[in-house]
Ligand binder design. Structure first.
Ligand code: BGC
Length: 802
């Protein structure tokens, strides 16, 4: 069972914030952190719950400016449930003697369990057993069952069950100086049958959030009648149940079930009546749990993954963490989002870091879903399509054409990056230029193209995808300037993925020039936009061009840029991260490691010393190496050749070594990329880096970031390392290509993916690959290995030697 469960055998207050994030339960529609139901938000606990896409904006006066922040709203807490024995203190782990403690997140069933055997200080020993789910079957329902067993006493307990809207967004300490009360009270009342009703509305986006909860009691499978007394405030409603008898051998069972709706939901009248109806019709806990676990079982069928390594005892931890990652990805975005206008927040629905915003991290998450449930990625792309006008507006506002997507996206697609951010190390508020990361638009285009390559979904391309690609191409064409002296095109005044460099050391103007990643991605986008002419049916391509008023001059310019974009190089074939990088100082890595220990966040350390990473050859994360992550050697070779630059295999190795030595991995995305490039380019060290990336969240390797939300990019990236990198899976030319490069530490890999309507099962070892297809009525699937293409009929099994 350990390969499928995360377990804690003791209670440690210091580790609770991390455990709460890791034990979050969700279903894509909403999620709730794994906080104890008796806990209130304080220095240890943060019982947050979040609904996908539920944002609100608040203004704050700060450092002489008014800043507006849009946040994914912490909705009213549905968890509150506690008890007291014989009129004593309300249950609190700090006020009892814990005799035994066990918490378990069951990854396979999607259930969180906790049991505590305690002495209440009066010699009374009791066992509390709780289990909780956020239904993967009925996305508006969640439930918690509590069983109390008296061990050596007979008496009564009082119980309090509540819905608490007195919450704010205070989960991230460095945001606490900003206004954070997003909810206004609407309804707090009871309804027959021990039902609690609470409705709140977000202060600016006016989204109504309705919750209905019911608490039921039973003993030895017989229901126990008990009428609760109501306690309420404008934004809080509770039932107090008194004098529930309990004795050894006769445990008291209590089930709290809750329904959550918002005014943005589909097919509703008003949120509160839907919540009431859902709670009236909700089945008992066991049936809810059965249906919920069945849905999880079905999902695990689609997302199965297994491996064996050479190291004793390593396999089960590796598998468990990979499965935990898959679980959290599915809790953030599941088939329940297909009808919703949402995408994947970089930090999941698990905490408030980055305010629930959507970044380029999608680039790391898409391949994972593309090859499992591509309907999900289609839906996520539609989130971007609905914000195409906002992206056009943003481009126009900066004097560009086409569509410029925001670095951080929330409700309506406007730029949500903050303009000032707090350095917790120095206490200073400093300008935030990260929105200059224009490469985000290329990530959107990349995702459109790869979704299309995996699915062959021409309708999507004609209806949405091509328009986005063409508008992004148009943006790149318009931001690109021509340098007469060089006879080449350039992109100036932007930021690359490495967030440590947002300007030149001696310049007051933000932005750097000719970031290699940005320039090559722009060229790639222009080429794909040009390729649409041959990929799409002629009439629909012409219709889109007419609508967008694109002419042959546009295509000629795109073609020209794609041949003459400037890429800067220094020192024997090292691709300069940006122009001028070569002139920066080398950084004293050893000295700073000795002085500070953890130097992941070098930017904060240097700023607190009145210095800046802009002066050094020191990157937060993979930047140039992103190119080797996203493209194969062949693809890069073609891009470089088209641009008239030489590119050979030795250059790749030198670039990898050069930048690896100059990166602090201040973003969890970085280890994923580095592991990938080492594996694909035959360099040693891929597996240890993969293992580090795997630890990002379970061990909170950045020291305090995971409690504020998981890292969806790193979670998906690690699974994708197994799924695509070590196997060399590529989807192009209507073929699924394999080019395995198992790290020496790996003995075998077994997994299942979805491609062009087929469920394909893979088993790889260093010497062979076995592929089988499930029986279906599909056309044969094309599998490419080395230079050969093999057609597999549904139901066929083939084994290829490597
Ligand atoms: C990284 C970005 C990433 C963001 C959200 C930052 O720390 O530098 O690349 O998009 O986190 O995960």
């Amino acid at each position: 069972m350990t390969e499928w469960s995360l377990e804690y055998k003791d209670f440690e207050a210091g580790k609770e914030p991390l455990r709460e994030a890791l034990c979050t339960l969700g279903n894509g529609y909403f999620a709730t952190r794994g906080a104890a139901p008796e806990a209130k938000a304080d220095d240890v606990h943060y019982p947050g719950s979040y609904i996908a896409g539920c944002f609100n904006r608040l203004r704050t006066h700060m450092a002489g400016e008014t800043i507006e922040n849009e946040c994914m709203v912490n909705i009213p807490n549905w968890l509150p449930f506690t008890f007291r024995i014989e009129n004593g203190h309300w249950f609190d782990l700090d006020r009892v003697e814990i005799l035994e403690f066990h918490q378990q997140l069951n990854i396979h069933e999607g259930i969180l369990r906790r049991s505590v055997r305690f002495d209440d200080g009066q010699g009374r020993r009791t066992t509390l057993h709780q289990e909780r789910l956020v239904s993967m079957d009925q996305p508006h329902l969640a439930a918690m069952k509590t069983v109390l067993r008296a061990e050596n006493w007979t008496g009564t307990v009082d119980v309090c069950s509540a819905l608490d809207g007195r919450v704010n967004n205070s989960g991230v300490a460095r945001y606490r100086a900003l206004n954070n009360r997003h909810l206004c009270p609407i309804v707090a009342q009871t309804a027959p049958g021990n039902t609690l009703l609470l409705e709140m509305e977000t202060s600016q986006s006016h989204i109504r959030i309705a919750q209905a909860a019911v608490t039921r009691f039973s003993r030895e499978a017989e229901s126990v009648a008990c009428q609760g007394e109501t306690a309420w405030e404008d934004d809080y409603i509770a039932h107090h149940f008194s004098n529930l008898a309990i004795e050894p051998g006769k445990p008291l069972e209590m089930v709290k079930t809750v329904a959550v709706y918002t005014s943005r939901d589909r097919a509703i009248s008003d949120a509160m009546s839907e919540a009431r109806q859902a709670i009236e019709e909700a089945p008992g806990f066991d049936i809810l749990a059965q249906r919920h676990s069945l849905r999880w079982k079905q999902l695990w069928g689609q997302f199965s993954l297994d491996l064996a390594t050479h190291a004793d005892g390593e396999d089960s931890d590796t598998k468990k963490t990979l499965r935990l990652h898959i679980m959290h990805l599915l809790q953030t975005t599941s088939p329940h989002i297909l009808d919703l206008d949402v995408s994947i927040p970089a930090r999941g629905l698990h905490g408030e870091a980055y305010r629930g915003h959507i970044f380029w991290d999608e680039l790391f998450v898409f391949p994972f879903f593309n090859l499992r449930i591509p309907e999900i990625t289609r839906s996520l792309l539609q989130y971007r399509y609905r914000r195409l006008d906002a992206a056009r507006r943003a481009a126009r506002a900066e004097g560009y054409e086409g569509a410029m997507f925001p670095w951080q996206s929330g409700s309506n697609g406007r730029e949500e990056s903050q303009t000032l951010h707090l350095n917790p190390q120095s206490g200073n508020w400093i300008p935030d230029n990260s929105s200059l990361q224009r490469h985000i638009s290329s990530a959107v285009a990349f995702n459109v193209w790869h979704y299309f390559e995996v699915t062959g979904d021409c309708d999507f391309l004609s209806s949405y995808g091509a328009e986005m690609l063409l508008e992004i191409a148009r943006f790149w064409s318009s931001i690109t300037t021509y340098n007469e002296d060089r006879g080449r095109y350039e992109i100036l005044g932007i930021m690359g993925p490495d967030e440590y460099h947002d300007g030149y050391p001696d310049s007051s103007k933000p932005g750097i020039d000719n970031n290699a990643y940005t320039n090559i991605m722009a060229v790639w986008v222009l080429l794909r936009a040009l390729e649409l002419r041959t990929v799409m049916p002629g009439p629909s391509f012409m219709e889109i061009c007419d609508r967008l008023q694109l002419t042959s001059e546009d295509f000629d310019r795109w073609d020209d840029i794609s041949r003459r974009m400037h890429i800067h190089f220094h020192e024997c074939g090292i691709i300069s991260q940006f122009e001028g990088y070569e002139k920066l100082h080398e950084f004293d890595w050893e000295g700073y490691r000795t002085k500070y220990g953890d130097i992941h966040r070098l930017d904060r350390i240097l700023e607190s010393e009145d210095d800046t990473p802009n002066r050094y050859k020191a990157s937060k994360q993979a930047d140039v190496l992103m190119l080797f992550y996203l493209f194969t050697t062949e693809e890069l070779g073609e891009l470089f050749a088209r641009l008239g630059y030489t590119f050979d295999h030795d250059t790749v190795a030198r670039n990898i070594d050069y930048y690896m030595a100059r990166t602090s991995h201040g973003s969890t995305l970085s280890q994923v990329v580095h592991s990938w490039v080492l594996a694909r380019f035959d360099r040693p060290g891929a597996w240890p880096l993969f293992c580090q990336a795997l630890r990002s969240d379970v061990e909170d390797i950045q020291g305090g970031t995971t409690p504020e939300g998981i890292h969806t990019g790193a979670m998906a990236g690690t699974v994708d390392l197994i799924q695509r990198c070590f196997t060399g899976i590529e989807t192009r030319e209507n073929t699924l290509w394999l080019n395995p490069a198992l790290p020496p530490e790996l003995r075998s890999l077994t997994f299942r993916i979805h491609y062009r309507g087929h469920m394909l099962n893979f088993h790889l070892t260093p010497v062979s690959v076995r592929v089988s297809t499930e029986p279906s009525a599909q056309h044969p699937v094309r599998i490419g290995l080395k230079d050969d293409i093999h057609e597999l009929e549904p139901g066929q099994i083939r084994e290829f030697p490597l």
